[in-house]
Each structure stands twice: as C-alpha cells, then as structure tokens.
Design a protein around this ligand. Structure first.
Ligand SMILES: Cc1cc2nc3c(=O)[nH]c(=O)nc-3n(C[C@H](O)[C@H](O)[C@H](O)COP(=O)(O)OP(=O)(O)OC[C@H]3O[C@@H](n4cnc5c(N)ncnc54)[C@H](O)[C@@H]3O)c2cc1C
Length: 512
C-alpha cells in the first residue's frame, strides 16, 4: 500500500494522528523504531479539554474503565497552590488519571481497529521532499528501504530527527538546577488518612493527596493512584551521581524536603513500577511546525516542564487539529491555506503552555521572595474569576482560533451539549465519533435543512432540540469540535445563511 502520510513515531501523539487520518479517509503508515512498547511510564494522567476530545472519539470509556461520561474536576493545583474548582459555575478542567502506557495501548488498539499499519522496529533515518511528496529513508529489521508518501509527520519526540533533518530550530532553555525523584511505593496504612486519601507524616503533619506540596527545601507529592502509590520529590541542589536510583535515595530526599522520615516500602503488585531520577528539564518550541510537506507534532514541536500535566493536552489536541486538515489535503477538498492553520492555531496554544509551566516553576522555586509571591498569589486565588482564568488556561478552554464570524462561540471549543433527537437524548460526544464536520440545526422548524446543499459529501446535518435554555440555535462544528459558525436566531436570515456558506467554504472547501 502506498501511504498518504508517513508518521514517524508511535508515541501517543503519532498514534492519535493515525486514528484521526484514518477516520477522515486518509491512509497513514506509522514507523516506530522500538520493537515493542516501552515499559517506561511518563504521564500519570490527562488534564484539560483533551479528556472531552477523547470522549468525542469514544475513547474516554476505554481509558476510564467506566460507563460514566467525563465530569469536571472539583479541584486541581497550579504551581503547588490548590485551586478550588468546585465553586465555579462553568468549570472546564477535566482530569483522567490513567498512566501513559495505558493511553498508548488504547490508542494503538484503536489505530489497529481502523486498519492503520504500524511498523515496529522501523526507524526513520533520512528524508527528502519535492513538489509531489516526501521520500523517507527507513532502517527496518530486514535492512534499509525507502517509502514514498504525500506528507511526513514527525511525531518522533523531543529529540526529533525529523525536525533536525528539516533544519527547524528548537530554541529555548535547558536547565540543570533541579533534581526530581519519583517511585512507586507502599506506605504503611496507619500513615494514610482514609478521610482525605492523604498522608499523616510523623513529625511533619497532614499532606493532602495529588497536590504538589512546597516546603522551604523542595517539593513533595503523594499520589495514591489505583495502580499504586507514587511519591515524588523535587530539590534544587545536589545530584544523583552515577549510582542507580534507589528507594533509599528517595527516602533521603523526602527527609530533606519534609524534615521528617516517611517509612515507605517497595511497591506491591505486578508493575511495571516506576523508580526514576530526572535532572533539570527543557523548555523549547520549534521555530516552525511545517517545512513544505513535513509537519511536526507533539513533543517534536514543543517540550516544557510536566508540572500540571499539560503535555498530552497539548499534543493530542495538535493531532486532532492536524488530522482532518491533512486528510482534506490528500483527499483533495482542502481550501487554500487550511493546512497552514495547523501552525497558526496550535503554535499559540503551545506558547501558552510554555508560559504557564514556566510561571508554575517560578511559583514552586525555593526562597523567601517566592514564599512572599505565593502569599500574594493565594490572596488572588480567593477571587473566583482568577480561579476560572487559571482553570480555563490549564484546560485549554480559553483558546480562540481566528475564524471569521461574530458569534462569541466562533473559534472556541464546542460546549458539552446534550441534544434531544427523534430517537431520544444524545450527548454531542456520541455524534462526533466519526470525526466528520457537523451542522447542528437546533432551530424550532429545522430552518437549516437545505443549508448543506453542495457540502453534503463532507458535512453531516443533525437536526435536534437543545436540552436546555441559553444555547445557540445552530452550530457548525469542525471535526476537532471547534465552532466554525454559530447562530442564536430561531430562523437565520439571508445574511446569516450567507455567513454560514462562507464558514463552510473557508473550513471545508467550495460547494460542489
Ligand atoms: C517525567 C514526565 C512526566 C510527564 N507527565 C505528564 C503528565 O502527567 N501529563 C501529560 O499530559 N504529559 C506528561 N508528560 C509529557 C508526555 O509524556 C509527552 O508530552 C508525550 O509523551 C509526548 O508524546 P509524543 O508522541 O509527542 O512523543 P513521545 O512519547 O516521545 O514518542 C515519540 C516516539 O517516536 C519514536 N521515535 C523517535 N525517533 C524515531 C525515528 N527516527 N523513527 C521512528 N520512531 C522514532 C520513539 O521511540 C517514541 O516511541 C510527562 C513527561 C515526562 C518526561
């Protein structure tokens, strides 16, 4: 099979893109240099609008293991400061505590269901491009070979060879002034508080669960995940030397950070168990996300601190943004400039993550001036508007793409809707699993029934009633569930119908 798109890297973002391309009718091949999935675990969960995005592809239930739809999180943390989200009227911050290994397994399983070819043990080693396509050099188990495709996407992680081969710079900073240690452990039951799920550390006091906890000497976190309890510390001096990381090293670090002993033991259960020391970190953003027929995705395009868990929120939504646009290009219906909007829409989203992870790193740093800043920040967090601002920023709900249109929802992520259809109540997330553009006609007399003439091959029409007051009467949604057009009129007039046609044309090409 000649692929439309070669994806270098079967990490979470490469796999997500493969699923999106396949749903949109393009043929991807994924090259992964590892022969099997890595045992190392990085992310412990998903934070932000990505949870809704995965629900909108039918993947939330597989990841959560339950039948319940996602619910916003009652609390979270910003720079080791608690955020009380429960009191917000419109809380946009969703979380899903699932290890990255499991996320990758689910995405790989979904990609295989969609008949994506994943070639493990095949490493991208070179590339060249011309007006018609890209030639990829591959080192496979049976020797080197070449692969030709219309496009190449480098989803090959922070050290991306694709990025290097395209000569795309990766400016930013590399710091080596922190040392983080993380391990799965068993904590004696008498030290855990069944009421809060947190710890009572002798000689120190109570520590809530899942919260970065800053002291004068560093950061401590206790996270009792269903798969096992994790303990994490960050300090700003010392190094691990050359010796392998050990639980004793973590015990000593906890003693320095808390000034008290926490008598934990080795983890139980089959694992794989985490025992990790990381020194420093990188904050870098690719100069460009595109070089002709080559695009960068996920960590290949941006790396930053993992604080607040924004990596997969950013990368998986990059993939969902890119998938339908790239498929539209290879299927021949993309309007001019559509593919360039991948960079103009997603690079600012990455810049925002770089900004707030750096701000959080500043808030957890040592020193009396930081302690003073935290006192002030804590006072600001008493104002619900500040909490809402931070929650929207961390979740990515404050993103507004520059789409033409005056409705306040234009360019924003679609709200979480429940609709009444002829066959009963349905959540928006159940209508978007095919990843096709949707026009939701919620007008009382189905006023938009003819509005898709000329676009029916690319856009689906859903006629329904909104289940609550105050929602628009019509919404045009892109496959990534961003609003391309919306109306509040019970019967959109000629001018509004013209603006709908303009939105259809600029997102999905001319009528035909
Ligand atoms: C300690 C830590 C904790 C984190 N915690 C969180 C968290 O809680 N929440 C969160 O959202 N994010 C977290 N992140 C970030 C998250 O892990 C990354 O953003 C994510 O893994 C990026 O996915 P990716 O697919 O872009 O790249 P990667 O996961 O790096 O995958 C790239 C893939 O490409 C393959 N590859 C590389 N070169 C080639 C080549 N030449 N040819 C073929 N294949 C190649 C690699 O083998 C790899 O499989 C954390 C990161 C770290 C380091």
């Amino acid at each position: 099979m000649t692929p439309d798109v070669v994806i270098a890297g079967a990490g979470p973002n490469g796999l997500m893109l493969a699923c999106e391309l396949s749903l949109a009718g393009a043929r991807p091949i994924v090259l992964e240099r590892l022969h099997e999935q890595t045992k190392a675990n990085r992310a412990n969960g998903l934070v932000g609008q990505v949870v809704l995005a995965l629900d909108r592809r039918g993947l939330y239930e597989r990841l959560s293991g339950g039948a319940e739809p996602p619910r916003p999180s009652p609390g979270f943390v910003f720079g080791a400061m608690p955020l009380n989200l429960g009191k917000l009227d419109d809380n946009t911050l969703y979380t899903l505590p699932v290890p990255q290994r499991r996320i990758e397994q689910v995405l790989e399983e979904r990609a295989r269901e969609l008949e994506v070819e994943i070639r493990r043990g095949h490493e991208l080693t070179g590339l060249s491009q011309d007006d018609d396509g890209v030639t990829v050099e591959v080192a496979g188990p049976e020797g080197p070979y070449r692969l030709r495709a219309r496009y190449l996407v480098g989803a090959d992680g922070g050290h991306s060879l694709t990025r290097t081969l395209c000569g795309i710079g990766f400016p930013g900073v590399t710091k080596d002034d922190s040392i983080s240690r993380t391990a799965h452990v068993t904590v004696p039951a008498e030290l855990t508080d069944p009421a809060t799920g947190g710890l009572n550390v002798p000689g120190y006091g109570p520590i809530p669960p899942f919260m970065h906890h800053r002291t004068d000497h560093g950061l401590f976190t206790y996270a009792p995940f269903p798969t096992g309890a994790l303990i994490h510390t960050t300090e700003w001096h010392g190094d691990g030397g050359d010796r392998p990381m050990s639980l004793d090293e973590l015990r000593e670090s906890v003693r320095r950070v808390l000034g008290a002993d926490l008598p934990f033991g080795p983890p139980e259960g089959p694992g794989p168990h985490l025992l990790r020391r990381l020194v420093g970190g990188n904050t870098r953003l690719a100069e460009r996300f595109r070089d002709g027929r080559v695009l960068l995705l996920g960590d290949a395009a941006h790396v930053h601190s993992a604080i607040g868990g924004p990596g997969l929120n950013l990368g998986l939504q990059d993939a969902i943004n890119l998938g339908w646009k790239l498929a539209a290009e290879v299927r021949g219906w993309a309007p001019p400039g559509l593919l360039d909007t991948y960079e103009t829409e997603r690079r600012p989203a990455a810049e925002r993550v770089v900004m707030h992870t750096q701000a959080q790193s500043a808030l957890i740093a040592p020193g009396p001036e930081v302690t003073a800043l935290r006192v002030l920040f804590g006072e600001l967090l008493r104002d619900e508007r500040t909490v809402k601002h931070i929650a929207d920023m961390m979740s990515g709900a404050d993103i507004r793409y520059a789409l033409e249109g005056t409705h306040p929802l234009t360019g924003r992520p679609a709200p979480d809707l429940v609709l009444e259809t002829a066959t009963g109540s349905v959540r928006l997330a159940e209508l978007t699993r095919t990843a096709r553009p949707l026009l939701l006609d919620l007008t009382p007399d189905t006023a938009l029934s003819g509005a898709l003439d000329g676009w029916r091959d690319r856009v689906d029409l859903v006629t329904a009633k909104a289940s609550r007051e105050g929602l628009p009467t019509a919404l045009l949604l892109r496959p990534d569930c961003y609003v391309a057009w919306a109306s509040d009129s019970p019967r959109p007039d000629t001018k509004e119908l013209d603006s709908l046609r303009t939105a259809l044309t600029s997102s999905f090409g001319a009528a035909r």
